[in-house]
Design a protein around this ligand. Structure first.
Ligand SMILES: NC(=O)c1ccc[n+]([C@@H]2O[C@H](COP(=O)([O-])OP(=O)(O)OC[C@H]3O[C@@H](n4cnc5c(N)ncnc54)[C@H](OP(=O)(O)O)[C@@H]3O)[C@@H](O)[C@H]2O)c1
Length: 261
C-alpha cells in the first residue's frame, strides 16, 4: 500500500489531502498538534476506506518535535508522499505583532519543511520514487502590508521547491516535487487568523476539495508550480508584468482591506 505523511492534517487542506489520498488507497501518517482531531480523522478513514492511519502529535514550531517527525519519516517502511501543509497566518504589521508568532511562522513554514523534506528526499532519491507536495500560496507571488512574514515564507517555499525540482531533474530522478499555491480557500485558516471572509468577494473563494484535486491531478505531469483556479493563474501572470511601484501601492491597499490594521 502507498504511504503518505501529511502535516497539518487536523483541519482544512491537510485533512482534505488525507481524505482524497485515503480514497485513492493510501495509508497515512497524520501530523498536527490536536490529537482528538487526528484520532477522529483516523477513525473516519478506517471506516470509510479501510485505510490505516498513524497519528503523530507534533508541534512543528518545536525543534524536538520536528526531529521526532523527521526520525519517523526515516524509519517508515515506505514513503510515497510527503505533504508539507501545516501553516497559519497572522494579522497585523510585523512590528506591532508578537515576535514569538513571527518566529514560529518561520519555524513551521520554513525550518520544519527544510528538515522533513531532507529526511523524505534522502529515501525517495534512493528508491527513485515518491512525491513531495509543499503547500505554498498565491501569497508566494504577491506582497501584502500586514503579511510580511507570511508572504516571505511562501515566496521562500516556492523558490525552495523550484530549486529541488531543478536538482532532481538534473540528477535524472523520477522523484516529483510540487509547490501547491492556492488562493483564498475555505478552511479554518481565516478563523485562526481572525480575518473576516466577507472582505473577499465570494467568486475568489476555492474549496479545499478543489485545491487538493488540482494538486493530485497535476502530479503525474510533474508540473512544479500548481495554482488552482483560472482567476489566480491569470492574477499571477499579470502581476509578473506590473511595475514594482504599482505592486507596492496595491499591496498597501490590499493589506488595509484584508488585515484591517
Ligand atoms: N486557506 C487559505 O486561504 C490558504 C491559501 C493559501 C495557502 N494556504 C496554506 O494552506 C496550508 C493549510 O492551511 P488551511 O487553509 O488548511 O488552514 P487550517 O484549516 O487552519 O489548517 C492548518 C493546519 O496546520 C496545522 N498547524 C498549524 N500550526 C501548526 C504547528 N505549529 N504544528 C503542527 N501543525 C500546525 C493545524 O493543526 P493543529 O492546530 O492541530 O496543530 C491545521 O491542521 C497552510 O500552509 C496555509 O498557509 C491556505
Amino acid at each position: 500500500m502507498p504511504l503518505a505523511l501529511i502535516t497539518g492534517a487536523s483541519a482544512g487542506i491537510g485533512a482534505t489531502f488525507a481524505r482524497q489520498l485515503a480514497a485513492q488507497g493510501c495509508d497515512l501518517v497524520l501530523v498536527a498538534r490536536r490529537e482528538d482531531r487526528l484520532q477522529a480523522l483516523a477513525a473516519e478513514l478506517l471506516a470509510a476506506h479501510g485505510r490505516h492511519c498513524e497519528v503523530l502529535v507534533a508541534d512543528l514550531a518545536s525543534d524536538a518535535d520536528v526531529a521526532r517527525v523527521a526520525a519517523r519519516i526515516a524509519a517508515l517502511p515506505r514513503l510515497d508522499y510527503l505533504v508539507n501543509n501545516a501553516g497559519f497566518g497572522t494579522k497585523g504589521k510585523y512590528f506591532h505583532t508578537d515576535l514569538a508568532g513571527q518566529v514560529n511562522m518561520h519555524r513551521v513554514h520554513v525550518l520544519a519543511i527544510v528538515q522533513l523534506t531532507h529526511a523524505a528526499l534522502r529515501r525517495m532519491v534512493e528508491t527513485n520514487s515518491g512525491a513531495i507536495i509543499n503547500v505554498a500560496s498565491v501569497a508566494g507571488f504577491t506582497l501584502s502590508a500586514g503579511g510580511a512574514s507570511y508572504s516571505a515564507t511562501k515566496h521562500w517555499l516556492n523558490v525552495f521547491t523550484e530549486g529541488l525540482y531543478l536538482e532532481l531533474r538534473s540528477s535524472g530522478s523520477a522523484v516529483k516535487v510540487q509547490a501547491l499555491c492556492p488562493g483564498f480557500t475555505y478552511s479554518e485558516f481565516h478563523d485562526v487568523m481572525g480575518m473576516d471572509r466577507a472582505v473577499v468577494p465570494k467568486s475568489w473563494w476555492l474549496s479545499a476539495d478543489f485545491v487538493v484535486q488540482e494538486s493530485l491531478a497535476a502530479l503525474p505531469s510533474g508540473r512544479v508550480i500548481v495554482i488552482p483556479g483560472f482567476r489566480y493563474r491569470w492574477l499571477v501572470r499579470l502581476l509578473a508584468l506590473v511595475p514594482r511601484p504599482l505592486i507596492y501601492w496595491g499591496a498597501i491597499r490590499a493589506g488595509r482591506r484584508m488585515r484591517r490594521d
